[in-house]
Ligand binder design. Sequence first.
Ligand SMILES: *Cc1c(COP(=O)(O)O)cnc(C)c1O
Ligand SMILES: *[C@@H]1O[C@H](CO)[C@@H](O)[C@H](O)[C@H]1NC(C)=O
Ligand SMILES: *[C@@H]1O[C@H](CO)[C@@H](O)[C@H](O)[C@H]1NC(C)=O
Ligand SMILES: *[C@@H]1O[C@H](CO)[C@@H](O)[C@H](O)[C@H]1NC(C)=O
Ligand SMILES: *[C@@H]1O[C@H](CO)[C@@H](O)[C@H](O)[C@H]1NC(C)=O
Ligand SMILES: *[C@@H]1O[C@H](CO)[C@@H](O)[C@H](O)[C@H]1NC(C)=O
Ligand SMILES: *[C@@H]1O[C@H](CO)[C@@H](O)[C@H](O)[C@H]1NC(C)=O
Ligand SMILES: *[C@@H]1O[C@H](CO)[C@@H](O)[C@H](O)[C@H]1NC(C)=O
Length: 808
Amino acid sequence: GIARRSMDFHKLNSFETFKEVWSCYGYGENLEDMLEREFTRMKGTIYLDHAANTLYPESLVRSYSLDISRNVYGNPHSHNASSRLTHETMERVRYRILQHFNTTPEEYSVIFTSGCTAAIKLAAEVFPWRSQTESEAGSHFCYLTDNHTSVVGIRGLTSNRGVVTLPVSPQEVENRAKDKILGEVAVCQTPHLFCYPAQSNYSGTKYPLSHVEGLQARRLYPACDHRGHWFVLLDAASLVSCSPLNLQDCPADFVPISFYKIFGFPTGLGALLVRNHAAGILKKTYFGGGTAAAYLSSEDYYVQAANVSDRFEDGTVSFLDIIALNHSFEALYRITGGMQNIQQHTFGLARYTYMLLSSLCHGNGRPVTQMYTLGQFDSPSTQGAILNFNLIDSCGEIIGYSQVDRMASLYNIHVRTGCFCNTGACQSFLGITNQEMRRNLQAGHVCGDTIDLVNGQPTGSVRVSFGYMSTFDDCQKFLSFVVECFVEKPVTVDHARLERLKAAIVSNEEKTVNISEVTHKVEEKKKGPYILTNIYIYPIKSCGAFEAQNWPVGPQGLLYDRSWMVVNGNGVCLSQKRESRLCLIRPQVHLSSNELLLRASGMNTISVPLEIRTEMHASFPVCQSKVCGDRVETMDCGDEAASWLSDLLEQPCRLIRQSPDFTRYMNKKSDTGKSVTTSTLSLVNEAQYLMINRASVELIQKVMSSRQDYPELDTENIISRFRSNFVISGVEPFEEDNWSHLVIGNIRFMVRGQCVRCQMVGVDQNTGTKTKEPLMSLSAYHNGKVSQGQATSIHPILSSCLFTMFFF
Ligand SMILES: *Cc1c(COP(=O)(O)O)cnc(C)c1O
Ligand SMILES: *[C@@H]1O[C@H](CO)[C@@H](O)[C@H](O)[C@H]1NC(C)=O
Ligand SMILES: *[C@@H]1O[C@H](CO)[C@@H](O)[C@H](O)[C@H]1NC(C)=O
Ligand SMILES: *[C@@H]1O[C@H](CO)[C@@H](O)[C@H](O)[C@H]1NC(C)=O
Ligand SMILES: *[C@@H]1O[C@H](CO)[C@@H](O)[C@H](O)[C@H]1NC(C)=O
Ligand SMILES: *[C@@H]1O[C@H](CO)[C@@H](O)[C@H](O)[C@H]1NC(C)=O
Ligand SMILES: *[C@@H]1O[C@H](CO)[C@@H](O)[C@H](O)[C@H]1NC(C)=O
Ligand SMILES: *[C@@H]1O[C@H](CO)[C@@H](O)[C@H](O)[C@H]1NC(C)=O
């Protein structure tokens, strides 16, 4: 079209364009200098998941550790000098929190909790729900349908108390408020609770803060329809991470927050801010240490503490974390000057990224993204620094979010994918009905897995979110990544749209969101001689291969395959994803001498016994580890192996093996959702054996050589990256995708399905260096076609998972 011009996207993706789009950037000081000083550890990483957890500056950790290593902080419930110091510091922190939200101890109390979710739960537990009686209507519990798991969870607490639960859609709040005559004859005191998020953690949409007073004064629906006293719980967890919140203007009765979302540190600490005005009605049923003024342990006599904070903080609060907050506030204000500046800075980055991303088109003029947003990023008062979208290929088909996530890791870009624990928003934006939701569940999709498309329809999306230390460089690199991996060349830009978006700027007056602007784009989906050439055993998970000419098959796959693994100082399994040097460890299994040899270039070879004899049980302490989310019972292999590994990997490590008394079963998911097998597993991720077909590898090699800019890799190099047990030379590339079983010698193997390969195939198994190939080419290969310069839908599946069915 006329409006779409092919252009040099890299020229457009520049700071000059940014300045046309938004005027604020940074906090006075050169941002790069600040990052250099405070976030050295993030060098080379593009972190775009601040809505989940933002990053803490290094000076914060330093000043905190200095503080607690110099001062003696006793339990705040005691009365000696060290306790008084703790108590006084906590008092100061409470005051500082209230100050941050522009209010005072006269108006609000701070109740520390373990997080926002815990704060919501506390509010729901102590709210004086009243059930319906003949003379009086019961309490209402209402929540906005951008429903949030933790708020929806309140239903569990209210449902058995005769409380009416009423979901309300955002537009109902405004539109259904009728001109009611207020002030009934009899004063009704039934308490009702309305919950809504100040900002959606899905789309970044900010809901009007003015609802708080509107509901309290019964001007808005549903308050205007139901007599009684309306209280408002404003879930501010997402909003306050990058925006100011002024409780003078918006006097919500309950405000739950989590501190890590603002500061990155400390974690595990949140608060419920309670308006003192509302505190009087709260009912406490449980009381623990410190919350009572007086009680008799043998009789039902309990006088609750007069002070709200004291009354609702059960037991001893996490006082060192609370002390850390003092330093968190200090660092945040020192670096940025305050939340208003943070809001301006982060909104600008989000607006810029939104505008370019949503104007970007494929060579054929089709858009590259489906954005899930209510507004057009025209004002920081209606939109936070969160973008939610799916990428679309040049045929108009959605690219699964897992695919985007895998490619992003190759570029060291951290984004968040899935449904973000916000099923309500996810369903509404993606246009998924409850029925489809159930069907997806039956197709094996559960929250947090990698099934990103069911029948071509997305089950989730990609979220990019910014924090105060995000930079223009992050946006630029992210956009270049999208262009490089997912846009069919030549790149074009919808200039008419871009200009329209540039012009759409609403300064600071409040604007309400119109939910009917959501577009549900739910497009209909268009619809010899075989030789086993190699056998590889990987005795230690994620370490080097050991090749054999023939090898015994055990109950869990090839004997001793993935029987050991390396864990770090915290007992967490190491993999090549994080520690690519693991491939330099070349273990060997010597069956005749019953030993596992640990070998690596430049290191002495040491040996570990293969069999665990009973007398060794004592010296091999049992511990628990996790593999792919499953619990496994393991045994430690002693100090010699541990120090060998620690020397090599330059961090404290230990070698452990699966305990012989422990069985782990293969995940029973299958296409039909039925249980298919009871195969037992070693420490492998998914299946007993992995297989790869040389013909498929050779095809991928051709794809790679057609994509000019990368050095060619030879066949053996690529094969080694897939870390399969069996290498076969098949006839057709990818024909193994359709096999149901195969027979090698006198063993019949069932094909469980294709194995999803992650960015680990980017690790060169000879050197431990990382490359973007072959994942780039695998992604470009799709249904027998190769799309030029564009990673469309997925074929990152080169090896198949097998399991033994039976022996002849
Ligand atoms: C993150 C978040 C929560 C949950 O916070 P936790 O710290 O996990 O308890 C609740 N509400 C919103 C809006 C959030 O963004
Ligand atoms: C969104 O909010 C829910 C609570 O309702 C929380 O559990 C979840 O972690 C949040 N999502 C993200 C990704 O922050
Ligand atoms: C003060 O109280 C704390 C907490 O009970 C205790 O650990 C500490 O030993 C006490 N210190 C003194 C000097 O009594
Ligand atoms: C809070 O921290 C600042 C600087 O980090 C320090 O000056 C102040 O004394 C601290 N306040 C308390 C009560 O510890
Ligand atoms: C969210 O609200 C909608 C509308 O009431 C409701 O149909 C849906 O079940 C809710 N989602 C969850 C996860 O509770
Ligand atoms: C209640 O106690 C907290 C903590 O001890 C204190 O900060 C607050 O000022 C007290 N509030 C009132 C109203 O006394
Ligand atoms: C919301 O948007 C739709 C379509 O853009 C429009 O028809 C409707 O009038 C708008 N409603 C309000 C309340 O602005
Ligand atoms: C797999 O089977 C399907 C349907 O039978 C067929 O269309 C496809 O070409 C087969 N794939 C290969 C690689 O043989």
